[in-house]
Design a protein around this ligand. Structure first.
Ligand SMILES: [Fe+2]
Length: 258
């Protein structure tokens, strides 16, 4: 089974991802070699960056490049949407930026739990399922795991952590936060949030092995293989309760690195 990367900045020249098509191709080669068969292209939608009008055109150009280079990588349209746009409740815009007309990848940034709840409510009113991108980086998720779990519960709201947090690239706080989220059973997806072919690259296989070793095979399969398929099919995501091996969570990495 091939991986689906549900968060990737691979379109050239539209945000802080690849500056040109050569880097996009390099990213695509890495992804394919790592067992990724599909990438959801999720450019930032903020002022000064890509605003989504030419999303299909950009994707068509990139698909043609992949074909020319014999790269067997599917590209799916998506976007990473800031809180301000989510809070606008602009149904036409949010549906246009969604993944398959069903999921909206929300970039929460630093915010309060109250503000987050309001934005989620607006997105749900549009008939979309919100997916919170990398909450492990933000203080609203640190030490407020149960409040966050309450916010998600029964509301068709999901959490996507990123490979960089698992690998410790965003520091111990983010690493501990993603472990706590996973231990609470509220991690639904893991994306690469790749921006280049270097430090933040489109690679998932090492994280799959790590998650499987630490949280159990079942949780790894649900989070990294099954839920991405459900997402692209517009189906509700499954909730994965980890069954840790070797007395893992929480704080496994943080304790080890002290
Ligand atoms: Fe991103």
């Amino acid at each position: 089974m091939q991986f689906i990367d549900t968060h990737c900045h691979i379109i050239p020249g539209v945000d802080d991802g690849p500056g040109n098509a050569d880097v996009s191709l390099e990213m695509a080669r890495l992804a394919v070699a790592d067992g990724i068969g599909t990438v959801v292209a999720t450019p930032h939608v903020v002022e000064g960056y890509y605003l989504g009008e030419d999303r299909e055109l950009q994707l068509r150009r990139l698909r043609s490049l992949f074909t020319r280079e014999n790269l067997d990588l599917n590209l799916v349209a998506g976007a990473e949407v800031p809180m301000s746009l989510c809070a606008s409740g602009d149904e036409n815009l949010l549906k246009r930026l969604s993944i398959g007309g069903r999921y909206l990848l929300m970039e929460p940034s630093e915010t309060s739990m109250e503000q987050l709840a309001k934005s989620i409510y607006q997105v749900r009113l549009c008939g979309l399922y919100p997916v919170l991108a990398h909450p492990e980086r933000y203080s609203f998720a640190h030490n407020q795991i149960s409040a966050l779990a309450q916010l998600l519960g029964g509301n068709d709201v999901y959490i996507q952590v990123t490979v960089a947090a698992i690998e410790g690239l965003f520091g111990k706080r983010a690493q501990r936060a993603w472990e706590q989220l996973a231990a609470a059973g509220i991690v639904h997806l893991i994306g690469t949030d790749a921006h280049s072919a270097r430090l933040r690259a489109p690679l998932l296989s090492a994280s799959y092995e790590k998650l499987s070793r630490l949280a159990g095979d079942e949780a790894a399969r649900v989070i990294m293989l099954e839920n991405p398929v459900r997402m692209l099919a517009g189906e509700r995501l499954a909730w994965a309760k980890p069954s840790p091996k070797r007395g893992f969570w929480p704080g496994h990495f943080a304790r080890r690195k002290r």
